[in-house]
Design a protein around this ligand. Structure first.
Ligand code: FES
Length: 125
């Protein structure tokens, strides 16, 4: 398990300088993830229909540095939205990025905004 490359840094909502238009809401799967590209970064975007909430994190799983989190299963653990990596089931909070079932380094998480039918992911660069 490895720390993620430096381009993956959590962005707090108040730090956003660029709301990147990721696509129309109907281009994203319901209750699952999709992957977008932002420069050299792959970002996984998730829609939780029951809560009508969107989340984004790096697609890169810090366990083996595989770009797979967008294909992970999503769910909740004690009210915390999470994604489970499809490879070895490491689970990450989609609000803080922390690994909820082990000692993996955290993933970077990004704010998501939905406006006029489009999904925007917040970056600080
Ligand atoms: S690559 Fe092993 S849990 Fe993600």
């Amino acid at each position: 398990m490895t720390t993620s490359p430096p381009q993956y840094q959590t962005v707090q909502p108040e730090a956003v300088t660029n709301w990147y238009k990721a696509g129309r809401t109907d281009q994203f799967p319901v209750g699952a993830g999709a992957t977008i590209k932002y420069g050299d970064r792959q970002i996984a975007v998730f829609y939780f229909p029951r809560q009508d909430k969107w989340y984004a994190c790096q697609n890169l799983c810090p366990h083996k540095l595989e770009n797979v989190l967008g294909r992970g299963l999503i769910g909740e653990q004690e009210g915390i939205p999470k994604v489970a990596c499809p490879l070895h089931k490491k689970t990450f909070s989609l609000t803080t990025g922390e690994n909820l079932n082990g000692d993996c380094p955290p993933v970077a998480v990004y704010p998501v905004d939905v406006k006029d039918g489009y999904v925007y992911v917040g970056f600080a660069d």
